[in-house]
Design a protein around this ligand. Structure first.
Ligand code: GFB
Length: 329
């Protein structure tokens, strides 16, 4: 069953706290909310550490938002997840407990928590439905992040059940777009491959490196599409169960690498490094529930990659071929 509220939630004139507004997702949400006639509240890292319960509670009591979009998180690609387990678990748990509990105490009317489709079992049936949560073991490379995100969505369920809070959660598939983090080691696959293909083009190299076997399949959602879906859910969804957000389309990492090479204008080949992990074999989200709620993705991968590369080029003075680190938002 798809639970639509009796009346849509009215964002017009409301005060919306976007937690994590400097990240790719938070920034896209703030851009999209700019069209809704609401007042957007933000707090920079130097002003508020979202992992500190007391500080978060005090800030929320002062700011009194009507709505909270919890887009703040410690995130990264497969290697960052695998090599920084304590940060991925602790930071995300601490942010969630501080913000969800603080929002309850401050009388927030609606809260939207963001997770990831890595909450589903590694070998979940494909496409993965919301009901597949907690039906099998997690993918080991991102189990820490997944456990934290499962705790976050359960917090929303628990506060709804015990205190009647209108707290909802959404699980987007792999994201990309303007404002992404570009770092050859720490970022997700799309920004990493854009960076590597771009550097290979500038260096006139024969190939660029792609981790793993190229066989895993992924579904990619442009962050502006995500932001649009989130606003739709804020207005039209009110129930315990989480909601998947995706495009319904998947590509292999090999196909993705070729598409990135084409987008960047790199004519060489790709070199697979099979010593790096593949991670989940497939992660396709079943978005039938979101479709029943009246939302579908509108940005295809080809045009989305172009907009991501355009953003990268506009911000890439720091990401030349000789630089080891990357470009972070
Ligand atoms: O985007 P990614 O790091 O995340 O990797 P996951 C996706 C696939 O791309 C994996 C391959 O099979 C990688 O081995 N890949 C190929 C690369 N070349 C590269 C590269 O240069 N960099 C990266 N990063 N990958 C993450 C989770 O899993 O997905 C997070 O670890 C989160 O917790 C996020 O859920 C959405 O899809 O494997």
């Amino acid at each position: 069953m798809t639970a639509m509220p009796e009346r849509p939630f009215n964002l017009d004139g409301s005060r919306v706290f976007v937690a994590g507004h400097r990240g790719m997702v938070g920034a896209a949400v703030a851009r999209r909310l700019g069209r809704e006639g609401c007042e957007i509240l933000t707090a920079g890292r130097n002003e508020l550490d979202l992992r500190r319960q007391d500080a978060v509670e005090a800030w929320l009591q002062r700011a009194r938002p009507d709505v909270v979009v919890l887009a703040a998180a410690t995130v990264g690609g497969i290697l960052a997840n695998d090599s920084r387990p304590a940060e991925f678990l602790y930071d995300n748990l601490a942010i969630e407990t501080a913000v969800v509990h603080g929002a309850h105490l401050a009388g927030v009317k609606k809260l939207l928590f963001l997770g990831s489709t890595c909450i589903y079992p590694r070998l979940a049936p494909q496409p993965m439905k919301e009901e597949h949560l907690l039906t099998g073991p997690l993918e080991p490379t991102n189990q820490w992040y997944a456990v934290a995100k499962i705790a976050g969505l359960k917090l929303c369920e628990a506060y709804r059940r015990q205190y009647g809070c209108d707290f909802i959660s959404a699980m987007p598939t792999n994201l990309y777009g303007p404002g992404d983090t570009y770092d050859a080691r720490a970022s997700h696959v799309i920004p990493a491959l854009i960076l590597k293909a771009h550097r290979a083009k500038l260096a006139r190299a024969d190939s660029f490196e792609v981790w793993g076997t190229g066989a895993p399949k992924r579904e990619f959602l442009h962050v502006d599409d995500l932001a649009d879906a989130l606003v739709h859910l804020l207005v039209h969804y009110s129930a315990e169960e989480t909601v998947n957000i995706g495009t319904g389309e998947e590509v292999s990492i090999k196909q993705l690498a070729e598409l990135v090479a084409k987008t960047v204008g790199f004519a060489g080949s790709v070199a697979f490094d099979a010593t790096k992990p593949d991670g989940s074999p497939r992660k396709l989200a079943d978005c039938a529930k979101l479709a029943r709620l009246g939302w579908r993705s509108g940005i295809d991968l080809k045009s989305g990659l172009k907009s991501a590369y355009d953003w990268f080029l506009a911000h890439s003075e720091k990401a030349g071929p000789l630089r080891e680190g990357g470009l972070t938002s």
